[in-house]
Write a protein that binds this ligand. Structure first.
Ligand SMILES: O=P(O)(O)OC[C@H]1O[C@H](O[C@H]2O[C@H](CO)[C@@H](O)[C@H](O)[C@H]2O)[C@H](O)[C@@H](O)[C@@H]1O
Length: 263
């Protein structure tokens, strides 16, 4: 048995009595879907929908909490038929459930940001804009020096945020401009309340997941059981790893941990 399996076995024992009152909330990219060069090429690891379908009747709620538009996560994940699944997209700004999408109206600040980010990208080979409708992301993964490119763009993207009132959310070779107000912490708290959860299992891998982790820790202070799974890899920030109860090797490790914890 590996040390990961040992750690999972310990968590499993504490989770078992609360399984039926557990909220399982998972990030998409890097947790369910391996990281790839182009956002549009991301796909959930084979077996993801089947695994979530098996878990769903055993827990109170299965949810995806993602920076992606909710419909993109559903489509790229092949998740449309997972029973009872809730997908909180755009860090909780929108919600998909049973084929129905609740989404806000468009924001003129994002329209302005879209134009300005497109200008930045046009001058920087290898960078790319991801227009997500309610937010705009600039990716540097395919730039000649992705880390340097991200640092070059950081103050320019911050200036756009300042002018438009949007906020910047950094991630894995990405800077995202999005409306203030929503974050994954708010989304997790709301999901936990709606599900009447006595336990929350949250899986993340990126800086945008930190508010969700903080929310889980705050819920623990109120008596809930919290389990944080970090989907690890070379790009994963130290804060994520340090905040986790279980550190597992990427989406394959997440699948293995979920099978052991929740089936
Ligand atoms: O909250 P998440 O579900 O983790 O989404 C966060 C961002 O993930 C995506 O970007 C990341 O994955 C891409 C595909 O593997 C990769 O090319 C990129 O470098 C990563 O940053 C997505 O494109 C963003 O919109 C999400 O906000």
């Amino acid at each position: 048995m590996s040390s990961m399996d040992d750690a999972v076995a310990v968590v499993r024992e504490s989770l078992r009595p609360r399984l039926a009152q557990t909220l399982l909330a998972l990030d998409f990219d890097g947790v369910l879907a391996p990281i790839v060069e182009r956002p549009q090429d991301a796909r959930a690891l084979p077996g993801t929908a089947e695994l979530l379908t098996q878990i769903s009747p055993r827990v109170a709620q299965v949810a995806i909490v993602t920076g992606r538009p909710a419909s993109d996560a559903v489509q790229l994940g092949g998740l449309a038929d997972v029973p009872g699944l809730v997908v909180c997209g755009h860090y909780g700004l929108e919600r998909w459930m049973g084929g129905r999408l609740e989404t806000p109206s468009s924001d003129s600040a994002v329209d302005e940001a879209r134009v300005r980010v497109a200008e930045l990208v046009a001058q920087r080979p290898g960078t790319a804009i991801e227009d997500k409708g309610h937010s705009v992301a600039v990716h540097t993964r395919r730039a000649p020096d992705p880390a340097a490119s991200l640092e070059d763009l950081r103050p320019l993207v911050s200036a756009i945020a300042e002018d438009t009132g949007l906020q910047v959310t950094p991630g894995r070779f990405v800077l995202e401009l999005r409306p203030r107000g929503a974050d994954k912490g708010v989304a997790v708290r709301q999901l936990a309340a709606e599900a009447g959860a006595a336990a929350v299992v949250y899986g993340g891998d990126d800086l945008g997941d930190l508010p969700a982790i903080e929310a889980v820790r705050a819920l623990e202070a109120d008596g809930m059981l919290g389990v944080i799974i970090c989907s690890d890899g070379t790009e994963v920030a130290t804060e994520l790893r340090e905040a986790a109860d279980l550190v597992v090797p990427g989406p394959e490790g997440v699948q293995r941990a979920l099978r052991s914890l929740l089936l």
